[in-house]
Design a protein around this ligand. Structure first.
Ligand code: GZL
Length: 331
């Protein structure tokens, strides 16, 4: 090949390489400016928890500019503390976690603070020594959820003319020490103080699971079947308690059976409400992902944020719920 031809070929080869430079996939190209978030989740104990995890993963996605490092603590606070320490060692940009329990977080959050990593808490709340140990909280007012249930029960019993006769209540609590359990329990206990004819005949922990609630309700039914109300601190527990009651021939019905109160308003819980087996289901909204995304974006832009972000929640009862209401919901 003469020199002229070689020169033309060489120019052409350079042009060709320049045109077909390997296009970097979006994730690699923007990998450096992705926001890295470490997320410690309590576990997968309930439909509510699964929906909560899905909401966070959907919002903090690669498409939305995030790299999410997810850890399932399998209901152990120690696993959450270990996961948060790992996130700190990996120097993530943000830490998001749902604390299994209200207490025991000061030390690990102090480590995150010293590492300069903002902590965003979702779902359950915590008690800390210093306010600045976390940047924001996104969740629910659990005491208010319980108060909604107590008011609804007072109104139902008044309509039924049952403000004098003994109302025998079984209380299936959530994970002891979680802010959801503490809030929902305190509202019922106050309701029992306010209503002289209400009587707590049993109070057991169902740990927010259908299996445990079935077990403890079965044991209670061996002691007594003279029950008017079963107050369950989430839908999983309500279904477990209903399973146990139906097994011994007890009808769950707001008008002529045991009144079952529940929390979460998951799809499964609302289907039981539509059947009349759950009388009241107080919503606890797990769709917290968009709230976390919005707060992180504001922090990235250096904008002020609200420290406490309570999510709007409603309630459903067996008298007014419709299939369309269930179909229209996201979880
Ligand atoms: C409430 C949440 C509770 C749900 C349960 O925000 O922490 O934990 O009510 C879940 O279903 O297990």
């Amino acid at each position: 090949m003469d020199k002229r031809m070689f020169a033309i070929f060489a120019c052409f080869a350079v042009l060709l390489c320049g045109c077909v430079k390997k296009a970097q996939p979006a994730t690699e190209a923007s990998k450096d400016d992705q926001i890295v978030v470490g997320f410690s989740q309590v576990g997968a104990e309930s439909e509510w928890r699964v929906a909560n995890t899905e909401s966070i993963k959907a919002a903090l996605s690669v498409e939305n500019g995030y790299e999410l490092i997810y850890d399932d603590a399998r209901q152990e606070q120690e696993n959450q503390i270990r996961a948060i320490r790992n996130f700190i060692q990996q120097n993530v940009d943000y830490i998001v976690f749902s604390p299994k329990l209200e207490t025991g977080w000061n030390s690990i959050l102090q480590e995150a603070k010293e590492a300069g990593i903002p902590v965003i808490m979702i779902d359950r709340d915590i008690i800390v020594e210093e306010e600045d140990l976390f940047t924001a909280y996104i969740g629910s007012d659990f005491r208010k959820e319980g108060e909604k249930a107590v008011v609804w029960l007072e109104n139902l019993l008044e309509k039924q003319g049952r403000t004098e006769e003994p109302i025998r209540i079984v209380h299936i609590q959530g994970t002891i020490g979680s802010s959801a359990q503490i809030g929902r329990t305190s509202a019922l206990e106050q309701g029992i103080k306010n209503n002289i004819n209400w009587e707590m005949v049993a109070q057991e922990c169902g740990d927010f699971t259908r299996a445990k609630a079935y077990e403890v309700m079965g044991a209670i039914l061996e002691q007594t079947k003279d029950i008017d109300v079963v107050y369950c601190e989430n839908d999983g527990e309500a279904l477990g308690a209903i399973d146990a009651m139906e097994e011994v021939g007890i009808k769950c019905d707001a008008n002529d059976g045991v009144i079952v109160i529940s929390f979460d308003a998951t799809r499964l819980g609302l289907e039981y409400c539509l059947k009349g087996k759950i009388a009241l289901d107080v919503e606890c909204n797990p769709q917290q992902g968009p709230y976390v995304d919005a707060i992180i974006q504001k922090l990235e832009r250096g904008e002020p944020i609200e420290r406490e972000n309570l999510i709007e929640e409603t309630q459903f009862d067996c008298f007014t719920i419709t299939q369309k209401m269930i179909d229209d919901r996201k979880y």
